[in-house]
Design a protein around this ligand. Structure first.
Ligand code: NDP
Length: 254
């Protein structure tokens, strides 16, 4: 999908976390949002602290460790200043690990929750004053996972599944609390998407077996997840809040 005459995010000011990896979902969201007319602040811990880069017109890259509240406050304050406000927030930054419960130490469990769930809270909380000021149909889109719905089991252990289940519940509560104040909040739950999180992680035999079990017979691409995120971020979904959009090729059908 590219920007045509109708740009779905024209005039919108967007935050995308975890967009530094060029092969990730965040990068695909940034590319699509720019093509659809948004100005985008990309927040990632990979960007050097204190340095601010504007790689292309309409985009600024800022350091942010989503697991640290102070880092989020600083990044969101600067993003608001550069963009002139915030209308769309995509909480995409995340980590994964397959560690099974019998090998799972408390510090690894905590780290997973700190990045995936507390990170989503930290960025949302820091962005909220600007989102509440927005008069351009503000929207929050969070990244859940099929792992939250089916109980992990593949590349995500119980800590990953719990963190993403938390993100989904958090999103539903946000929808209730923020709907009356004009902000929509929704979730995308990707299945197996070809990024560094999943690429070459299964081994050839398991990968073939998994694909045969997916009705669409293949893994998804970051661009396909980005399209669902665009739907939820834009006015195309103006009467949807508190929903979870599955992007999983039929891998998990409710
Ligand atoms: P990537 O690892 O490619 O992208 C995640 C990005 O978040 C990376 O740039 C990563 O940096 C960054 N990040 C990690 N920790 C932090 C932090 N503390 N602060 C700021 N940025 C951070 O993953 P994907 O693109 O595959 O995943 C994107 C989202 O989609 C995640 O939330 C993931 O859980 C979710 N998802 C992905 C699925 C898949 O199959 N790929 C399936 C279901 C959900 P670094 O590389 O340095 O860690």
């Amino acid at each position: 999908m590219t920007g045509g005459a109708l740009q779905l995010l024209a005039g919108k000011r967007a935050i995308v976390t975890g967009g530094a990896n060029p092969r990730g979902i965040g990068a695909a969201v940034v590319e699509l949002f720019l093509a659809q007319g948004a100005n985008v602040a990309v927040l990632d811990h990979a960007y050097p602290e204190g340095a601010e880069v504007q790689p292309v017109r309409g985009r600024v890259d800022l350091h942010c460790d989503v697991s640290r509240a102070a880092s989020c406050e600083a990044a969101l304050a600067r993003a608001k200043e550069v963009l002139g406000g915030i209308d769309v927030l995509v909480n995409n930054a995340g980590i994964v690990a397959a560690t099974r419960i019998w090998d799972l130490p408390e510090d690894e469990f905590r780290r997973m929750i700190d990045v995936n769930l507390t990170g989503t809270y930290n960025v949302t909380h820091a962005a909220l004053p600007a989102l509440l000021e927005s008069t351009r149909h503000p929207a929050i889109v969070n990244l859940g996972s099929t792992a939250a719905l089916r109980g992990g089991g593949l590349l995500g252990g119980s800590h990953y599944a719990a963190s993403k289940g938390g993100v989904i519940s958090f999103t539903k509560a946000l929808a209730r609390e923020l709907g009356p104040r004009g902000i929509r909040a929704n979730c995308v739950a990707p299945g197996i998407i070809e990024t560094d999180m999943t690429r070459e992680k299964f081994g050839e035999n398991w990968e073939q077996e998994l694909k045969q079990g997916i009705p669409l017979q293949r893994f998804g691409s970051p661009a396909e997840v980005a399209q669902a995120i665009l739907f939820l971020a834009s006015d195309l979904s103006s009467y949807s809040t508190g929903i979870v959009v599955d992007v999983n090729g039929g891998f998990h059908i409710h």
